[in-house]
Ligand binder design. Structure first.
Ligand SMILES: C[S@@+](CC[C@H](N)C(=O)[O-])C[C@H]1O[C@@H](n2cnc3c(N)ncnc32)[C@H](O)[C@@H]1O
Length: 272
């Protein structure tokens, strides 16, 4: 069954956006996603496999099981992994809250851009911890919309971003979860917790990020919630449109855009 509550939905456009996002952010968020040779790794909430192809290729000597709630996304991910000739990944439909694995199965678990959509991220982390081996590492990567700033500044653009924050909250999620990763990891008694902020700073000297991040990742994501936000009366359509235009405006030659992701590392040293 599809999770209709997932705020971004499961359209082809969203699949494309997830792939753009993953490719654009590869160096910034996955430069240190390196597992020891022979590791057995769970990727929780793999979606259409946008991160899967990157982390599996970076770690050819590890074996991955990548799971997602959406059967349709798993089908897409399988096609993509097959077309890229990647052989160290098994894809399965599964719910993060009820993982179909025995205690202490995995050497490492990675979860990327998923906790922000869950109504109970702490329960999800407990379940992830359950299936991790003692001494295993858990990695979570999340954004935080409160970290967004840009030039030229625009109240319309901030209001458009706020639509996403509100809709995600209505679905039980949290667009500002990046800042909460440290307390979340501590709350499930992980050891050696460390959080590393990954700032994506973009100006015209970085044309790839102008395209890949400002336009195709961030603004595309906000644009995607416009219809719902207007339908629900959170904003009127002309204000939303102005906000989106002002976000695109930051991609012009004098524009600047900044956003910070957070990557948390923790080690399981005890059962909860
Ligand atoms: C923003 S997407 C991220 C996908 C992928 N990690 C990426 O970065 O491209 C969030 C994913 O979390 C999945 N998801 C949400 N709730 C879930 C649950 N309870 N169990 C497994 N996956 C879940 C959704 O189906 C969706 O594919």
């Amino acid at each position: 069954m599809e999770n209709t509550k997932y705020v971004h939905g499961y359209s082809d456009r969203e699949a494309l956006r997830l792939n753009d996002q993953a490719e654009t952010l590869d160096e910034i968020i996955h430069n240190d996603t390196i597992f020891s040779k022979g590791s057995f790794v769970l990727e929780a909430g793999c979606g259409v496999g946008a991160q899967t192809k990157i982390i599996a290729s970076k770690n050819p000597d590890s074996t991955f099981i990548s799971v997602d709630l959406s059967e349709a996304s798993i089908r897409e991910a399988k096609k993509m992994i097959h077309s890229l000739d990647i052989h160290n990944v098994e894809l399965r439909q599964a719910d993060i809250y009820h993982l179909p694995f025995q205690d202490e199965t995995f050497d490492n678990v990675i979860i990327c851009f998923v906790l922000e959509h869950l109504h109970n991220p702490m329960e999800a982390l407990k379940e992830i911890k359950r299936v991790s081996k003692n001494g295993g590492t858990i990695i979570a990567i999340e954004g935080d919309h409160g970290s967004t700033f840009f030039y030229p500044d625009s109240t319309y653009a901030h209001s458009a971003i706020d639509c996403q924050i509100q809709l995600q909250k209505q679905n039980g999620g949290n667009s500002n979860i990046g800042r909460e990763l440290y307390p979340l990891f501590k709350s499930v008694a992980l050891s050696d917790v460390s959080v590393s902020p990954r700032m994506v700073y973009v100006d015209a000297s970085k044309p790839q990020l102008v395209e890949g991040f400002i336009k195709n990742t961030f603004t595309a994501m906000i644009e995607g919630v416009g219809k719902k936000a207007v339908q629900q009366g959170i904003i009127d359509s002309s204000a939303f449109e102005k906000g989106i235009n002002d976000l695109y405006r930051t991609s012009e030659p004098d524009g600047v855009f900044s956003y910070t992701f957070f990557k948390a590392f923790g080690v399981k040293e005890n059962a909860l």
